[in-house]
Design a protein around this ligand. Structure first.
Ligand SMILES: [Zn+2]
Length: 395
């Protein structure tokens, strides 16, 4: 199967298929096709989650700092301060006045620019975030996607910020061309980076709501074609620590608009020493090794042990498809996400975990099927007083 690369319009090919099988709770997502453009090095998912499902996810589930714990809010603000310091080290504070953030979450980031006297505006999909930004920071956000925003927007902005946004977008070239049309000077972009990878959870980089998996090679190619040149970029290594969903490294970068239709990539950017394709090949090979190590742990679970599995994520789907997990004596699933409750998965009940439930079902062991949340889940089970064995898959 081939496709056309949205950035350079060359032909791209499927490099790898991640099989999630029948287990996965999103219909149509039984396998994920990872494609690569061998011309510009753009890596992307050819079948990302459907847009309505992704939007539902953003509107209701993630990317809000309203109502979550203080530690997480502080973490987001620290990230914003780090980004602002990076920007202000590269461009003069007096050289920009208007700031637009696309995907502004709950306005915390923009509030820092407001504090230094800038005129700020943003777009955000979650109404809850929009309300929070108004109440907490007196910042106006438009509750709309970027396309809707463009229809009503009359203004140009000196600095446009896209922090952990571009990877979610279906056609990043189209978006960056439109950004360029309303941007007078600078763009800040932070995206997960494939240049440095944590091979922890097998295929963990291929997050379902991410459409693009950028390397500096492909990001440079994208920005160059959209009419920007690089001012500077930094690689960031997993600043959030393990106990968060964000376990990938990222790149933060600031770009300057150039008044031409683009410049030759090889004149504008330092060439990567390893290509996108090599990065992808290495990652897939190491994921396979990691998965076989996990399969060995699961193989050793006795087939008659009364087992519960904690988490019904794509991680568990992968294990059902690629290990002997489906042949074990699984009694039920635990997951704190209410979306999964009151329904059957693989014919089994899903509920929140509690000690009484584990005892009522005579559960002998609980398999923790998560990388990011393994430490938190293990603590939660232990703190409950439950005496089941806990089986973990990661060091
Ligand atoms: Zn391409």
């Amino acid at each position: 199967m081939t496709d056309i690369c949205c950035i350079c319009k060359s032909e791209s090919k499927i490099k790898h298929v991640v099989h999630y099988g029948e287990f996965i709770v999103h219909e149509g997502y039984e396998q994920q096709f990872i494609a690569l453009c061998s011309n510009c090095g753009y890596i992307y998912s050819m079948n990302p989650l459907p847009i309505d499902m992704s939007n539902f996810y953003y509107e209701s589930n993630v990317r809000y700092d309203y109502g979550i714990d203080r530690k997480r809010v502080d973490g987001l603000l620290n990230r914003s301060r780090r980004q602002m310091n990076f920007i202000l080290n590269k461009i003069a504070i007096s050289s920009f006045q208007t700031v637009l953030e696309i995907g502004a979450v709950a306005g915390g980031n923009l509030s820092l620019y407001k504090e230094i006297g800038k005129d700020v505006f943003g777009t955000e999909l979650s109404q809850r975030n929009v309300d929070y930004a108004k109440k907490q920071y007196d910042i106006n956000l438009l509750c709309a996607d970027f396309e809707c925003f463009l229809k009503s927007n009359q203004q140009a902005y000196d600095l446009v910020i896209l922090s952990q946004v571009l990877e979610h977008i279906f056609d990043p070239y189209n978006v960056m061309k439109h950004v360029s049309s309303i941007n007078t000077k600078y763009v800040f972009i932070e995206v997960p980076s494939f240049d440095f990878k944590y091979v922890d959870m097998p295929y963990g980089m291929f997050i379902p709501t991410h459409h693009s998996y950028f390397t500096m090679e492909s990001l440079s190619g994208l920005m160059n074609r959209a009419g920007y040149k690089l001012i500077d970029a930094n690689l960031l290594l997993n600043e959030w620590g393990r106990n968060t969903p964000i376990t990938t490294s990222s790149v933060q970068s600031v770009w300057e608009k150039i008044n031409t239709d683009g410049i030759k990539t090889d004149e504008a950017f330092p060439l990567s020493t390893i290509s996108s394709e090599q990065h992808l090949d290495i990652y897939i090979d190491r994921s396979k090794v990691r998965l076989s190590e996990i399969a060995n742990i699961i193989e050793q679970i006795p087939n008659d042990l009364r087992l519960a599995v904690y988490c019904v994520s794509r991680h568990t789907a992968l294990l059902y498809e690629k290990t002997s997990l489906g042949r074990k004596n699984i009694i039920k699933f635990y997951d704190k996400d209410e979306l999964f409750h009151n329904r059957k998965i693989m014919g089994l009940d899903v509920s929140s975990f509690c000690k009484a439930d584990a005892e009522a079902n005579h559960i002998e062991a609980i398999l923790v099927s998560s990388y990011e949340y393994q430490p938190a889940i293990v603590n939660y089970i232990r703190d409950s007083g439950c005496r089941c064995d806990i089986i973990t898959l990661y060091p």
